[in-house]
Design a protein around this ligand. Structure first.
Ligand code: SF4
Ligand code: SF4
Length: 385
């Protein structure tokens, strides 16, 4: 496993971090699939026992159970002491000022720990930054730090680059967590955000490196592009190497859902050449070609985070976008249309959308969800058994 310095905090963390937003699930037909705890414990313990020292979770992940699952997984075998845990609280979970401390206390209980290594304000948006300041959240986080309940202060961000810079330079943050992958190089905080964080000595943690897993999918057209390169690598390896290349990045979060994915990720991040500045000019030119290809496919940039759920009308937003994107990437609509027919039978399809736009305020990718649902519906409807 490769390790990197964590900003100004001085310690090192594994370059691969495990994100706990996509843990293995049990699907019981409801729209609130539960974490498959046995599989999740096995996966998280395997990670902690095979060199991963960074785990990222949040108050809201997996219907507020992710922290508890992580806490249980790490409670035995001295694992908690060997790793760093990052977790987050969103503004919307703290409507009253008294919720701020109460939520932290609950989180500590769920994680079965006396302290949190990195405590983030979750998903600051340009529209919520003023409220974060008015509510003096940073001051509250500082009090927790002085009491030893948290060790470092950070934020996660999905807004535009201009506001990211404002927030980054507003305070002496220990870390920031931003989105970056081979397609979204200049989206949100962008590549420039990584460089700014590096200038500031602020640890930079990357989320959505595979854009919800989509960039690890080896479609024929993408693989054909990768195959033109003299060095043969799989899509997932190229996607991670694009990020490993940035010397300013301390940790790259992978939302693994299976033990096989985790083992594969560990192998990629343990390669002797998985180091900063590992991408040659011809590697970068290849990634540029792949990026242009993805941009031409016109997929919907949904990462499957589920922040938009539940829809009051039961629309299965991320499921529909994933079906549509699969159809577009694989250039084959038969199976996606059949699968969409079942969504229609369950009355969870795009035609149930009444354009209330509640979901759009919550989407970190700023997708015009109601509009894109209609795009997907037009392409996916019409399957007859
Ligand atoms: S806009 Fe449509 S999909 Fe979104 S919450 Fe409203 S009804 Fe549901
Ligand atoms: S539509 Fe947005 S909020 Fe919903 S799952 Fe996709 S990226 Fe997440």
């Amino acid at each position: 496993m490769q390790y990197r310095k964590y900003g100004k905090l001085g310690y090192e963390v594994s370059l691969l971090g495990v994100g706990c937003m996509r843990l293995p699930k049990i699907f019981d037909g409801s729209d609130k699939a539960k974490v498959d705890r046995e599989k999740a414990y096995e996966l998280l313990r395997y990670a902690a026992d095979h060199g991963v020292t960074y785990f990222d979770t949040a108050f809201g992940y997996h219907h507020q159970t992710s922290e508890e699952v992580l806490g249980e997984a790490l409670a035995e075998g001295g694992r908690r002491a060997r790793v760093k845990i990052a977790t987050k609280q969103p503004l919307m979970a703290m409507p009253q000022q008294s919720d701020i401390r109460r939520n932290l206390e609950n989180t500590l209980k769920k994680l079965r720990t006396d302290y949190i290594d990195i405590y983030l304000i979750h998903n600051i948006q340009p529209g919520t930054w003023a409220t974060v300041k008015e509510r003096k959240l940073i001051n509250e986080w500082e009090k927790f730090k002085a009491e030893g309940l948290i060790k470092a202060i950070g934020f996660s961000y999905h807004g535009d680059a201009g506001c990211f810079n404002k927030i980054l330079w507003h305070y002496d943050w220990d870390m920031c967590q931003i989105q970056q992958n081979i397609v979204d190089v200049d989206m949100q905080a962008g590549e420039q955000g990584i460089i700014e964080a590096g200038h500031k000595g602020c640890a930079c943690v990357i989320m959505e490196p595979l854009r919800g897993g989509g960039l690890a999918t080896e479609t024929k057209s993408v693989q054909a592009l990768y195959d033109t390169h003299p060095i043969k690598r799989r899509a997932v390896e190229w996607a991670f190497r694009h990020l490993i290349n940035y010397p300013q990045v301390s940790c790259i979060l992978s939302g693994v859902s299976t033990l096989e994915q985790l083992k594969d990720n560990i192998e990629i991040f343990s390669a002797h050449d998985a180091v900063a500045d590992c991408m040659s000019p011809s590697d970068k030119a290849l990634i540029e070609k792949v990026r242009k290809h993805y941009q031409s496919v016109k997929s919907i940039p949904c990462t499957g985070c589920e922040y938009c759920l539940p829809c009051p009308n039961g629309v299965q937003i991320p499921g529909i976008f994933s079906t549509y994107n699969d159809a577009m990437s694989f250039e084959n609509f038969d199976q996606p249309r059949r699968s969409y027919m079942f969504t229609q039978m369950a009355k969870q399809d795009a035609s149930q959308c009444v354009e209330c736009c509640q979901c759009e305020e919550k989407c970190p990718q700023h997708i015009k969800i109601s509009e894109q649902l209609q795009t997907a519906h037009k392409k996916l409807k019409g399957w007859i058994e």
